[in-house]
Write a protein that binds this ligand. Structure first.
Ligand SMILES: Nc1nc2c(c(=O)[nH]1)N[C@H]1C(S)=C(S)[C@@H](COP(=O)(O)OP(=O)(O)OC[C@H]3O[C@@H](n4cnc5c(=O)[nH]c(N)nc54)[C@H](O)[C@@H]3O)O[C@H]1N2
Ligand SMILES: Nc1nc2c(c(=O)[nH]1)N[C@H]1C(S)=C(S)[C@@H](COP(=O)(O)OP(=O)(O)OC[C@H]3O[C@@H](n4cnc5c(=O)[nH]c(N)nc54)[C@H](O)[C@@H]3O)O[C@H]1N2
Ligand code: SF4
Ligand SMILES: [Mo]
Length: 751
């Protein structure tokens, strides 16, 4: 018998998974600082106990990699010196000020602001941007979702989400939810659909994925030809009159132009181009056109392939022409805790190359081009938080060159990443289990949830949560006078109601404070919050916003007012439902006059008409394969794990090849092959896989990290973006074609 507190009697800490946008609720039992046991949290408002295989490996994030535990400054000889926080903050504030004074604050570029599990820090970054006059920013959204967002801005005015739990027909377009999730409790939901004879699943994917295995209709398109496939399906819907004319008449405008463009499409010719049997195209169209409800999810397979913005439009026409909006099992706009991006039809332009800024984001593929020039308006400094762009952006070599060309690079991260290694200053963040955290991936309808996670552990000594890092920089910059902060601090001590009045009065008197409001909240309300939840201060303002914008939906979720909602968020260790929408609310979320959806997007209708003569093949004799550079698999998780041992299977992340291609090249599973593209070359282990179609090869995403090994580093697997090209991108949104990289594959004779 022992009196020691063993793991079995240790408490379970409530938190959430940080590996994908679903952020499933977790319970973690600690053994000192190690995650001894992890299981799903059955009380969690969104996931109800569900997790996938990856969550159970999270100790490899918390304890597997090499953590930063002191700020670093890069010296002229390229080495890093450890410095203390005060030195780091004062030097960075001084150098940001120098850049602003010399070139203008708009030359300070901000990248990131949150990964799959951490957005709370980013909520404070806007205050720093405002303080230094930064205007341009970007994040990974601008290499996947900005084209879709622009289409949404035209049609429904904002993001829509699919009700896959109830949809009669579920469509996954370049999306493999079995591996990548995105749909809450994805594997359970997919299996339920597959088991129910009354419901159907339609999958468009060149690969026979695990999701496609469960589908009733697998449209195995040739890579990069979804625009033809979707146009053909839509043409059948129009030509066979499966259109919901009553919905179009009552709820939309300009439908005639859309129906006209689609009615002229040559279905057999388009089916031929996309490689899907015409009968399957027709059967799919009839299944969609006769269903009581249809929900769709488009993701990277089409968003990172040719014609991506056009495809987003065609996808949305599928459910709009058939009237599957704002009803059970259909597509819905939803409430937000805080929108992830802006939605605007207007396209602003970057200062140097005139690249399109959609949703407030500079296209990722244009960032290096904006910097690597002698144009006077080029960016001079970059602040990077919770992102690893030197690994995740197209053409890593070019991005590294761009980082070297800047006067100042500041990186906030938990680890010395490929990006951090090129920074002038690296600031060590507390991990996502060592601080108050949350994400704004609150995209559900009708029950929308938010989860403020409490820390599971104290911060590793030497690290700080991002809100504190931003606050220290803002204090150093003297952004808000001590007097103003003192007034609010005094009000906060009296209670949240007096605080609310004082805050409103101060903002009314000094509008300039609005831009730095998160910082002001952090400094004044923050210290009064329970259990050190200072970083939650910004959620007080977001609760006020919810109460103002969605009062009825908030009350349906059981919150009397903003104050009650904020209390529920602070107390809700398994998350809270912050709104319950009803179907009629969907129409209120439409920003357009008359609450009608304008269906015609002239540029994209033009693109539909041009499709018959648009090139559908991008291979050449030099590059005869199409490489999907960055597939989601059972053991990939962006670059969140910096410990290769978390991967149980396929440790090197193999290049997947069709058996016929492998035979032709003389390759067997386990052999090594050289992959060459217009931008680079890499060597990979090969896996023969009959899920791939001939001519199509795939590499996993997130591999090829340079991990510490003795005195140097060692790379496992291929860093996909050593092979990608920044010019290979969508004409409208500037988003990359990572899933469609022409490549050559050659066997490599091992010594
Ligand atoms: N396991 C795991 N899950 C993740 C992540 C992870 O790293 N690992 N990352 C998360 C992130 S950041 C994101 S954005 C999501 C992405 O989630 P997904 O978009 O589902 O992920 P991918 O595997 O990149 O691409 C989806 C599918 O597109 C297919 N595809 C390739 N080319 C084409 C094409 O031309 N047409 C069509 N129709 N399909 C094509 C691929 O075969 C693949 O099955 O996953 C999230 N979830
Ligand atoms: N070729 C190719 N490129 C791709 C893709 C692809 O499919 N193919 N996918 C793209 C997509 S969809 C995405 S979303 C991006 C993802 O790429 P990025 O947006 O660059 O993000 P992650 O790889 O998720 O890296 C997150 C970073 O956050 C750090 N981090 C973890 N926890 C914390 C914390 O608490 N605080 C701070 N400050 N940092 C932390 C990690 O160490 C890591 O450096 O990659 C894109 N790039
Ligand atoms: S589905 Fe996503 S959030 Fe849930 S356990 Fe898996 S990786 Fe984590
Ligand atoms: Mo992503």
């Amino acid at each position: 018998m022992t009196a020691d507190r063993t793991v079995d009697t240790a408490p379970w800490h409530k938190t959430a998974c940080i590996l994908c946008e679903n952020n499933c609720g977790l319970l973690i039992q600690l053994d000192d600082r190690r995650f001894a046991k992890i299981r799903g949290d059955k009380e969690h408002v969104a996931s109800a106990g569900y997790t996938c295989n990856k969550a159970l490996r999270l100790d490899h994030y918390q304890n597997g990699g090499v953590r930063l535990d002191t700020p670093l400054r890069r010296e002229p000889d390229g080495t890093f010196t450890e410095i203390d926080w005060d030195t780091a903050i004062s030097e960075i504030a001084k150098r940001l000020t120098e850049v602003r004074n010399r070139y203008g604050g708009d030359k300070i570029f901000y990248y990131g602001g949150g990964g799959q599990g951490n957005h709370l820090g980013g909520a404070y970054s806007g205050a720093l941007r405002r303080a230094v006059g930064a205007r341009y920013r970007s994040s990974a959204l601008a290499q996947e979702k900005t084209g879709e967002g622009w289409v949404d801005a035209h049609l429904t005015g904002g993001h829509t989400t699919g009700d896959f739990e109830h949809a009669e027909v579920s469509i996954f377009l370049g999306k493999n939810p079995w591996q990548s999730h995105g749909v809450p409790r994805a594997r359970t939901v997919l299996q339920q659909i597959a088991k129910d004879p009354a419901r159907s699943m339609i999958v468009l994917d060149p690969v026979r994925t695990e999701t496609a295995d469960l589908a009733d209709f697998h449209l195995r398109v040739r890579p990069g030809t979804d625009a033809w496939c979707l146009s053909a399906i839509l043409a059948v819907i129009v030509q066979d009159d499966l259109v919901d004319h009553a919905f179009l008449a009552e709820h939309t405008t300009d439908s005639a132009a859309v129906l006209c463009a689609l009615s002229g499409i040559d279905v057999p010719a388009f089916a031929e181009i996309c490689g899907v049997p015409e009968e399957l195209v027709r059967a799919t169209a009839h299944r969609i056109g006769t269903a009581t409800s249809v929900a769709t999810y488009e993701d990277l397979g089409v968003q990172q392939s040719p014609n991506s913005t056009l495809i987003s439009y065609l996808n949305k026409l599928l459910w709009l022409l058939t009237g599957n909006f704002a009803k059970r099992g259909g597509m819905h706009p939803h409430s937000w805790m805080a929108p992830l991006a802006g939605y605007s039809r207007d396209i602003k332009r970057t200062p140097v190359t005139g690249a399109p800024i959609l949703g407030g984001m500079v296209p990722c593929n244009s960032i290096a081009e904006e910097i690597l020039t002698d144009h006077p308006d080029r960016f001079r400094a970059m602040i990077i938080e919770s992102a690893n762009p030197a690994h995740s952006l197209a053409d890593s070599a070019k991005f590294r060159q761009a980082l070297e060309a800047l006067d100042l690079v500041v990186v906030l991260d938990v680890a010395l990443t490929e990006t951090a290694r090129r920074a002038d200053y690296v600031l060590p963040a507390a991990s996502q289990f060592e601080k108050w955290e949350a994400t704004f991936f609150n995209l559900e309808f009708p029950h929308n949830t938010f989860h403020l996670r409490a820390p599971v552990l104290d911060p590793l000594p030497g690290t700080l949560p991002e809100p504190e890092i931003y606050a220290r920089l803002l204090r150093e910059l003297g952004t808000v006078s001590g007097g103003k902060l003192a007034v609010l601090r005094a009000a906060a001590k009296l209670g949240r109601r007096p605080y609310k009045w004082a805050f409103a009065a101060l903002l009314a008197a000094d509008r300039s404070l609005a831009g730095v409001a998160p910082y002001v909240l952090y400094e004044t309300l923050g210290p009064t919050l329970p259990d050190g939840a200072r970083s939650a201060a910004v959620l007080w303002a977001l609760s006020q916003r919810i109460a103002k914008v969605y009062p009825a939906a908030m009350r349906r979720a059981g919150h009397r007012d903003a104050a009650a909602l904020f209390d529920a968020i602070l107390a809700g260790r398994s998350g809270v439902t912050f709104t319950i929408d009803d179907y009629a609310d969907a129409w209120d979320y439409l920003p357009h006059p008359g609450k009608r959806i304008p269906l015609a997007i002239p540029e994209l209708l033009h693109a539909v008409r041009e499709l018959a003569t648009t090139p559908a093949v991008h291979t050449t004799s030099e590059f005869p394969f199409i490489l999907a550079a960055g597939e989601r698999r059972a053991f990939t998780a962006n670059t969140i794990f910096r410990d290769a041992t978390w991967r149980h299977r396929d440790p090197d992340g193999s290049l997947r090849l069709n058996p016929d291609d492998a035979a032709h090249l003389g390759l067997a599973t386990g052999d090594r092959a050289r992959i060459t593209t217009s931008r680079g070359t890499a060597v990979s282990t090969v896996e023969i896989n009959d899920r791939m179609q001939p001519g199509h090869a795939a590499l996993p995403n997130g591999l090829g990290l340079d991990l510490p090994d003795g005195d140097g580093t060692r790379r496992t697997g291929v860093a996909a973006n050593e092979l990608t090209d920044v010019t290979w991108r969508d004409a409208i949104a500037g988003t990359p074609w990572h899933k469609h990289v022409p490549a050559r594959i050659e066997p490599l004779q091992d010594a």
